[in-house]
Design a protein around this ligand. Structure first.
Ligand SMILES: NC(=O)c1ccc[n+]([C@@H]2O[C@H](COP(=O)([O-])OP(=O)(O)OC[C@H]3O[C@@H](n4cnc5c(N)ncnc54)[C@H](OP(=O)(O)O)[C@@H]3O)[C@@H](O)[C@H]2O)c1
Length: 304
């Protein structure tokens, strides 16, 4: 692995970011986090804007973003602006800074909300118009990562499905209800649920950083297409629990607002065509094995 020198990770304190930072550090790569809060091994977004990035760095990655499904935050215009800026503005800031460095790679994340929920099987080559707030966000988020045409830095974006892992994201939120046998499908459960195990997402970042001819969009999803109902059954079975208490769509619409509840109540059929063509081998291509990995109350794992 050629992860020399020094990497920068925007949002490196979060679920995905800390897994990335931990992995880089395991490989002995000096890694600095870009965060809203100062601290050891960190710089703030303000410092970054003021001083830029050091010249002698290797990879810059952005996985910052306000949690859209934070149940404590109402879906107000102010919160939506926060959701937007925390992705588009942070990505733009890093894209502007990275071109003045000797970095080899600039990597970012976006989401499968880019694709309109339907029966269509989407690959990275599928063209999709913006159709709602979240898809518009994904389009702008990806555009923010584009580098000036005279830059030689390789850029790629992982368009990620739901990231599954014990230490955060969706599993972090639903673990206890499922553990106590109070879990269930969302709505009819028939909506597709593009997903990826956190280890595969991190390994995909490393693989793409290391594979010189990979650039552009990569669908960060497992090759197995599943529905929410299939996920619910797999997770409940891995925990040896029933999962017979469905969460009605109208309740989620009321609690979260329809515009963001869509992340849970609707889904897309997403194929990781370019990822497979590039030769990436999944550690967890199958939902049953993935769920078994994180279905533990006491989770002791050096990795994530
Ligand atoms: N988890 C998933 O299933 C999933 C799926 C697809 C895409 N993604 C995207 O991947 C990114 C990371 O997801 P995650 O699950 O790791 O999220 P997370 O655990 O909530 O972490 C996100 C990080 O972003 C930073 N952040 C939060 N609010 C911010 C704001 N208003 N302005 C600037 N930075 C802010 C925080 O870092 P500081 O507090 O240090 O500033 C935080 O550690 C997000 O953009 C998310 O949309 C996630």
């Amino acid at each position: 692995m050629n992860l020399r020198l020094h990497n920068f990770v925007g949002g490196g304190t979060g679920f995905i970011g800390s897994a990335l930072v931990d992995t880089f550090r395991i490989f002995g790569v000096n890694t600095t986090v870009v965060s809203r809060m100062p601290g050891p091994g960190r710089i703030t977004w303000n410092e970054l804007e003021r001083c830029g990035l050091p010249e002698d760095i290797s990879a810059v990655i952005n996985v910052a973003g306000q949690n859209i499904l934070d149940p404590r935050c109402r879906w107000t215009p102010g919160f939506k602006q926060n959701v937007w800026n925390s992705r588009v503005y942070t990505t733009k800031t890093l894209a502007k800074a990275v071109v003045h460095t000797k970095a080899e790679t600039f990597a970012t994340i976006s989401g499968v909300a880019y694709y309109k929920p339907s029966e269509i099987e989407y690959t990275e080559d599928s063209k999709c118009e913006k159709y709602d707030f979240l898809s518009e966000l994904c389009h702008e988020w990806e555009r923010a990562a584009e580098l000036s045409t005279n830059s030689n830095i390789r850029q790629f974006t992982i368009r990620s499905g739901v990231v599954l892992g014990r230490k955060g994201g969706m599993i972090g939120q639903i673990f206890l209800p499922f553990y106590f046998g109070l879990g269930g499908r969302i709505g009819t459960g028939k909506q597709y649920m593009p997903w990826i195990h956190i280890r595969d997402l991190i390994n995909l970042f490393l693989f793409a950083i290391d594979t010189k001819d990979v650039s552009g969009i990569l669908n960060g999803v497992a090759p197995q297409i599943i529905t929410n109902e299939q996920f619910t059954k797999a997770f409940a079975a891995a925990l040896w629990r029933p999962a017979v208490i469905p969460v009605p769509t109208f309740l989620l619409n009321m609690a979260f607002h329809k515009e963001r509840a869509k992340i849970m109540t609707e889904g897309q059929k997403v194929i990781p065509k370019r990822v497979l063509d590039a030769g990436y081998e999944y550690e967890f291509p199958n939902i049953d094995a993935a769920c078994k990995q994180f279905a533990k109350l006491i989770y002791i794992d050096d990795l994530f």
